[in-house]
Design a protein around this ligand. Structure first.
Ligand code: ADP
Length: 307
């Protein structure tokens, strides 16, 4: 029971948050509930309001309307001490070593320097600790920034576009690191314009488009809600006629050698196979596919633009 309660612990609650810059509404009536131990993706194209949202909850941007609570309390400077954030490009002293730079951060944050080695090891930079910051790749600089943000063992880590500008290897390292940090119990809020990133890294997603929420929920549920089936048979014409009579298909599209039949509800491949067999059709191709978050994201964005 106690364990269940801990699992559902609320870290952040945003209610009806709006931020306007003159005539432009950067964030429009945003609601978000962040529970401990998960990785939340704030997903949206550039300009959709991700950084503004992070700025507000970190007290660097003033909200126009709405409220938010950190750890079930009104936000104070004390609650901010429980949060680590990287919302800008990492900036350290170029001619000082990784370790020296972290010693300075520890001093500013008022935390003991004893954690420095532990955090450098976590981000994979322990062997480079005596090397100057200026010799680091962008990915290493970003990992050092994460080590700095983790020095005081924050309960929440906030990252704004953490893989921007990195090469593929650097991107993989950062994504793996984010998942490792989450496994150690830190809640993560990550802003990204990359669908693929959110799909790979996050457990929850909130999709923003011009400040408005288009979808909010679990990444899993989003990918499993919809789907389609690839169906092929020798007699394509007969197959198509039959598919059109099946009530749980909403749209049928021909693709190369088979049909793509989009499902209105969750139906197992076996049930489809059996139904068609009973109607005299022997299939030579049957594959159930889940629509990716990317396709749904594009659908949602398209709808928003056509309004
Ligand atoms: P994202 O992080 O998703 O790229 P932002 O939160 O940076 O989006 O921006 C949301 C919208 O608010 C954009 O249209 C942007 O131009 C505008 N905006 C952001 N900051 C300011 C500012 N200081 N003054 C005026 N407009 C701003």
């Amino acid at each position: 029971m106690v364990f269940l309660f801990l699992l559902m612990e609320k870290v952040l609650e945003i209610s009806n948050l709006t931020k306007k810059y003159k005539n432009l509404t950067a964030v429009n009536d945003l609601n978000l509930s962040v529970e401990k131990g998960n990785i939340y993706g704030l997903l949206g194209p550039n300009g959709s309001g991700k950084s503004t949202t992070l700025g507000v909850i970190l007290n660097v941007v003033n909200a126009t309307a709405g409220s938010w609570k950190w750890f079930n309390e009104e936000p104070t400077t004390d609650s901010l001490k429980r949060i680590g954030a990287i919302i800008e490009r990492p900036n350290f002293y170029p001619y000082l070593s990784a370790e020296k730079n972290l010693q300075i951060v520890a001093k500013i944050k008022g935390v003991s320097p004893t954690k420095i080695d532990e955090k450098l090891a976590l981000v994979g930079l322990i062997e480079r600790k005596n090397d100057k910051f200026s010799t680091f790749s962008l990915g290493m600089k970003q990992r050092l920034a994460i080590a700095a943000a983790l020095l005081n063992d924050p309960e929440v880590l906030i990252l704004d576009e953490p893989t921007n500008g990195l090469d593929p290897q650097g991107i993989i390292q950062i994504r793996e690191l984010i998942m490792k940090i989450a496994e150690l119990g830190t809640t993560i809020i990550l802003a990204s314009h990359l669908l693929d990133e959110v799909e790979k890294v996050c457990s929850h997603v909130i999709i923003l488009e011009r400040g408005k929420t288009l979808y909010s929920g679990k990444v899993d549920e989003m990918t499993s809600d919809f789907g389609y089936v690839e169906i092929g048979a020798k007699n394509e014409h007969q197959l198509k006629e039959m598919l059109e009579t099946v009530p749980y298909f909403e749209k049928i599209v021909f693709e190369k050698t088979y049909y793509k039949a989009f499902l209105k509800e969750d139906v197992a491949a076996e049930a489809i196979n059996q139904l068609l067999f009973e109607k005299g059709i022997v299939l030579n191709h049957l594959v159930k596919k889940k629509e990716s978050l990317e396709q749904q994201f594009l659908e949602l964005t398209k709808k928003q633009y056509s309004k």
